[in-house]
Design a protein around this ligand. Structure first.
Ligand SMILES: [Zn+2]
Length: 277
């Protein structure tokens, strides 16, 4: 009875099953490789291995293709069986490899074998980067926008490493609020926040002018020395109590800050906000 296992036993059981699963998978791949070599599918009147695996063996299409990709790699690198068995290489990685080899048809056997060896123990993302670099697969830069019949929009575009990392970080920070891993949800969330922030700080020009006339210079006071910054460069109107904390556009809640202190205060408040939410 699984429900009778204690946590340690359950953990050990899952790990031993995962090992068994990898062992079984490596055997499946090995047998599919042999079926491919013999063209076994012809015996069953299928034109190809894929149809045989889907229609005769009951694999979903994607699973069948991943197994075929791995089997064909195993045919050129016998070491792959042990790597799949040990979990050093998974089927997502072998599929990335085969996809890349199809795109770069001039890849030599030597290059293929060396890549199989190198991607051991890499994550799928690392594997993808490594393969693209090693085979010099060109970067897709063009943005593709497709309007679909339900009026949704399909986007295909390339982010730089920095842009992607920034987006990932935003996703982590927003995950509590969005309850989702979906990029579309994240973009909507970030956009809404930005729009609210921009449109929310609508102190009128007249009010801003009054604040500038009143303060004249940066009103930031050093917490230790209590000295006023007094800078007259790059002045901004700041909400003393932020909008998101219920602060208003009343002149009493506004003050002048220089660019540097505006940023400083913003970061402080953002830090406080993250902790309190
Ligand atoms: Zn200042």
């Amino acid at each position: 009875m699984i429900s009778k296992l204690n946590n340690k036993e359950l953990d050990q059981k899952i790990k031993s099953l995962a090992r068994a699963e990898n062992r079984l998978l490596s055997l499946v791949i090995e047998h599919i490789k042999e079926a491919d070599r013999r063209k076994l599918y012809l015996d069953f009147n299928y034109p190809n291995l894929y149809d045989y695996l889907v229609k005769e063996c009951g694999y979903p299409g994607g699973s069948a293709q991943r197994r075929i990709d791995a089997a064909r790699l195993l045919a050129i690198e016998p070491m792959l069986k042990a790597k799949i068995e040990s979990g050093e290489i998974n089927l997502s990685q072998t599929t990335l490899l085969q996809k890349a080899f199809r795109e770069k048809s001039g890849t030599t056997l030597e290059q293929k074998r060396s890549l199989i060896a190198k991607i051991s123990d890499m994550t799928v993302a690392e594997t993808q980067v490594h393969i693209s670099k090693a085979l010099n697969i060109k970067i897709k830069e063009q943005t593709k926008v497709t309007h679909q019949k339900d009026e949704s929009v399909r986007l295909e575009f390339t982010l730089t490493k920095e842009q992607w990392e920034s987006l990932q970080k935003a996703k982590d920070l927003a995950s509590n609020a969005t309850q989702s891993n979906d990029l579309g949800t994240l973009i909507k969330y970030l956009s809404d926040r930005f729009i609210k922030q921009k449109e929310g700080s609508t102190a009128t020009v007249a009010v801003k002018k009054k604040v500038l006339q009143r303060d004249q210079s940066c009103q930031y006071k050093d917490h230790k020395t209590q000295t006023l910054c007094g800078s007259r460069w790059n002045l901004h109107i700041d909400h003393i109590k932020p909008k998101w904390a219920g602060g208003t556009d009343e002149i009493e809640n506004l003050r002048v800050l220089c660019q540097k202190h505006n940023h400083h205060v913003y970061h402080q408040q953002a830090g406080i906000k993250m902790m309190s939410s």
